[in-house]
Design a binder for this molecule. Sequence first.
Ligand SMILES: [Zn+2]
Length: 109
Amino acid sequence: MKYCSHCGSQVADEAVICPNCGCKVEGGSSSNGSYSGISIVGFVLAFIMPIIGLIVSIVARNNAKRDGDTKSAGFAKAGIIISACLIAFAVLIYVIVFIGIIAAAGAAV
Ligand SMILES: [Zn+2]
């Protein structure tokens, strides 16, 4: 069971609308199988702009944890891991290219 964030009454896990006050029940995405919007944005950004994707995914994970949305939290965690891997990979490429330029410059002198 979960609790309505508006009136505090018990609501069935699969309920989207609170039967007591009629308000939309927060954290319902954990039961209807969809991910929160921000976790999807973070995941997509992880591939396009990993640094921003990492930040958005961290925010999404914190929001999902606060709302008890374990599914979105897990998805956001995947976004964090992918972002971190791509950032590490980009840094590695940058270092290799940088060393290459230094080596080329050294050879040219
Ligand atoms: Zn309610």
